[in-house]
Design a protein. Sequence first.
Length: 264
Amino acid sequence: MCSPVHFDVVYSINPWMEPEKPTDAALAVAQWERLRSLYLGLGHEVELIEPVAGLPDMVFAANGATVVDGRVLAARFRHEQRAAEGPAYADWFRARGYDVHDAFHVNEGEGDYLVTGDRILAGTGFRTDRRSHAEAEHFLGLPVVTLDLVDPRFYHLDTALAVLDHEEVMYYPAAFTAEGRATLRELYPDAIEATEDDAAVFGLNAVSDGRHVLLPEQATHLIDALWARGFVPIGVDLSELLKSGGSSKCCTLEIRDAEPEAGA
């Protein structure tokens, strides 16, 4: 995670960003701190990267890389305003001994790459270059399933779909092409389908540890559906960060370290 001490909306690269509206960095930090505290309270370890002045969106750590089995596919951002974030995250991982691959094609980390079980669901259409899907598959060692996004409000996959565990997801069907919807129905026939109201409050920008699901408290339909499926939803308020188009998942990059060898 990365503290939003430099958070501001000074440019617009998605429909949520309106630079003319005021932001409150102190409130953003307070809301982010509660999210971090929830992770710690649930027993998770939280690593921090130092925020860089001039990179107001660096708080959205999910976009910084994708990590599978200790291998790190560094992000390469589409917009110049965020370009320096990729090297900052890559340097953090290199300093800790990770195997880091500098991407050839544009990819925006876990914004568009969601690891679920033995595959990676990969978004494209607004940010991540479709060609990067093959690059990710080769380097990260998991098959990649391409999903095309069609609604500019849901410009990253993690705004339109959330992984709940290795076998379950929830998603907003209208964010995808007909082909993408068919693929998701085939892979996840029992998936939770979000309403437009759920999606509009970033209810799908959620983080699950397989039992607890942290998501915006306004996503009431999803919260009810999660309880019914045996998950424990935990509502969070990240309204300040939503001004830049991000919520719980955007703030959270999952570090999947290499599994120890048998007998080690």
